[in-house]
Design a protein around this ligand. Sequence first.
Ligand SMILES: [Zn+2]
Length: 395
Amino acid sequence: MRNTDLVQFLKLIYAERDISRAALAEKTRLAPSYITVTIRQLQEKGWLLEGERVRSRAGRRRRLLHFNPALAHLLGIEIGRAYSRIVVTDFLGTVLSHKRISSHVSKGRDHALGLIHPEVKACLQHDPRVQGIGIAHSGVIDTAAGSVLFWPEVQGWRDVPLKQIFEGEYGLLTVVEDSVRTWAKAEQQFGQGRGHSNFVCIDIGMGIGAAIFVDGHPYVGASGLAGELGHTTIDENGDLCSCGNRGCLEVIASGAAIINRVRSALEKGVGSVLGEEDSTSSPEDLSIESIVTAAKAHDRLCELVLREAGTHLGTAMAGLVNLLNPETIILGGALPRAATDLILEPLRGTLKARALQQSVSRVDVAISQLPDDATAAGAALAVAERTLEDLCRAW
Ligand SMILES: [Zn+2]
């Protein structure tokens, strides 16, 4: 098999996780005898393993093939504003160990990276099988160059060549990817994206970003910037956004926007438990959690602000559903996790009212059930495919 064909063949097996020889022949249109020979070679090399037997539609029992999880281990790093997460996974992305550290990104990139490097060194010393590093990062990423172009509202993070820094330090293949896309990769492999070809993952934290999957593949757009749902205009004359536009979804319905709205209402003297003198949360340190707790205790202001955010999110999602006709939308991030029903109820109502009936009747809106380290595990998955290419070169 030619090297490029072998890479495609292996990527198909990797994406499918478990696949029979017959399904491989059907999907690749290669001769079954050719597939049998190649698979035998891959098994002899220890790349592929045989798994359980399943019964085909015709009633024949077939043995499924999958990658050897021990083929290589991978390191996944999520660099976040508050915390960074570092995981070691097997080749299939199953987390073997994980660690969370404070990021301190406001102290500058050298300080923040200086906290991550000792953790990476410890992982590599402990597990010499690690063959690649995947880094998940928010902000504007140049995936091809592996750098962070800029990180809105985080000083000192402009043109950070993470790929160059990590490859220079550790001599391991490093891939830098947008953190919403790595989380979505994890949803596709382990979560509610499994079995779906067309789906959208929307992260609603302090900002809002989306990852779009079309026909099973991530859609990244002409310059890799697809998925900037947070910068969809909702109110043409609204507040100024960090992108320079007015009334973006992000300035109306993100975690940061919700905190700003509650704070500004409190400053105007609107009544709320959060404004009372014995409140545990002063206007300076309001958080999504304190606002959600107050709303759940029927605080009118907090309930109203969250419901309005849910309505605006529903409006933006109606546009998305009309445009893409997805099978499912998965919501992740601090806001949907904390305020599930408070956000979902107005969101679903608005989506149903505004999107085309034929599209909206099929779409499912779900909250992510994956653990907190899913974004870092997805970064490891992002480097797995590139590691495969390297392994094939040495075939
Ligand atoms: Zn914007």
